[in-house]
Design a protein around this ligand. Structure first.
Ligand code: ZN
Ligand code: ZN
Length: 410
């Protein structure tokens, strides 16, 4: 068995070589919370080891963010300085790889005035629109990855002593990210290959629609002509392969922004912006969310949906089989990166242009006309369960089972 140190090194190597796949001479920007410092140091070392030109680290501290949300003036909260925007846009132009090291502190912001939280988020989304647009078309490689932290571990294993909970979570993270395999890098190549085969089947059939049926869910999702099923294995504009989420178990595409009808109920809580949103229920008519409810965190849900016009529509449909290792663990991680890979999900907001043939080169108007939703937000929520059936329909009206009792049916 490998030591913790060896596993941590491998987890960093996986991020750098398979995740963002850093190329010789490339710049790398890492955004990370302080409790992830030990992991981040190793990311930096691995990046230089494969020839990174320069690695920049943007540290943040959740407690400092909380203080700011509570105490900064309304004016300052929405005032994003130009130098900050310039820095990010310069790095986009330089095709820097971006790593977002994400470790949630669930419910940290639950006492922040939801209006202030929403307007601060919106101001940031507006100011950094060019950066998120670049990521949506994978101009350069990017990655979201989560190291275990004491705050996150305490939420996942509330009954365990802090040290034990942290070790427990690390072991789960390593197992679910295949770090426990003989050769984790090779194990990922094989896994990604398997996901690609699912995507190929779905692309060969180019289905017209998907019908979701489960408790509280009866939803028909039309798929636009020219839609493409993708896995998290992407190719950036330079032709570099990258895997943008680690772990990843999903195969996803975009819905027709005007073609979603029925009701859908989330099967897991959503941790959004430090607020837990429970039991989301949506009703959609011709693609528009006409009714929405949640048992808690309603204000957070509302801020997502009211981000802009596109916040009222869906931008992603993702299929995950319930026998994926994360789903089999049966555990709620309160971290969308893990929870969305345990479960079929939908996203409110922006669609990935790469999910359309030729989408990367389309203008905003062309994307809209092709059925791709446009928004400043993109938030996944989970709808998978052992009771979910998904049936596809082709253009001749034939029904093809895709998921039965939450598992692949093909
Ligand atoms: Zn997804
Ligand atoms: Zn998503």
């Amino acid at each position: 068995m490998r030591s913790f140190d060896e596993n941590l090194d491998l987890y960093a190597r996986l991020a750098i070589r398979v995740g963002v796949n850093v190329q010789r001479g490339q710049r790398v920007l890492i955004n990370a919370p302080l409790p992830a410092a030990e992991y981040v140091r190793r990311l930096v070392r691995e990046a230089y080891a494969v020839g990174a030109y320069e690695v920049y680290v943007d540290w943040h501290d959740d407690q400092v963010s909380l203080t700011r949300y509570l105490m900064a003036s309304d004016e300052a909260l929405v005032d994003i300085p130009q130098w900050l925007v310039q820095k990010h846009e310069t790095l986009v132009d330089q095709r820097a790889a971006r790593i977002s090291v994400y470790a949630p502190t669930p419910d940290l912001f639950k006492n922040v005035n939801p209006q202030r939280l929403a307007s601060a988020t919106l101001a940031q989304q507006k100011a950094l629109k060019k950066v998120s647009d670049a990521m949506m078309v994978t101009k350069a490689s990017w990655l979201v990855i989560s190291p275990a932290t004491p705050e996150w571990a305490a939420q996942v294993y509330p009954d365990e002593a802090p040290q034990q909970a942290l070790e427990h979570l690390w072991n789960e993270v390593f197992r679910l990210c295949r770090i426990d395999r003989e050769d984790p890098i090779e194990a990922w190549r094989e896994h990604v290959e398997g996901l690609e085969q699912r995507a190929e089947f779905l692309n060969r059939h180019a289905f017209k629609s998907l019908h979701y049926e489960g408790p509280g869910t009866d939803l028909v999702v039309e798929l636009p002509k020219g839609h493409l099923w993708l896995s998290a294995d992407e190719t950036d504009e330079q032709g570099t392969h990258c895997v943008v989420n680690l772990p990843t178990e999903e195969t996803f595409t975009l819905p027709d922004r005007n073609g979603v009808n029925g009701t859908v109920r989330a099967t897991m809580p959503l941790n959004y912006n430090g607020v837990t949103v429970e039991n989301i229920r949506l009703e959609l008519h011709d693609g528009e969310i006409v009714k929405y409810e949640a048992d808690s965190g309603y204000e957070a849900l509302r801020s997502i949906i009211e981000t802009d016009g596109g916040g009222r529509r869906l931008g992603e449909v993702a299929l995950v089989s319930q026998d994926s290792p994360i789903a089999s663990s049966g555990r709620l991680f309160y971290n969308t990166l893990f929870d969305e890979n345990a479960s079929c999900h939908l996203a409110i907001g922006e669609a990935y242009p790469t999910c359309l043939k030729g989408g990367r080169d389309m203008s905003e108007d062309e994307l809209l006309a092709a059925g791709a939703n446009r928004s400043m937000t993109h938030v996944d929520f989970m709808i998978g369960s052992d009771e979910l059936n998904v049936t596809a329909k082709d253009w001749d009206g034939n029904a093809v089972p895709i998921l039965r009792k939450g598992r692949w049916a093909f």
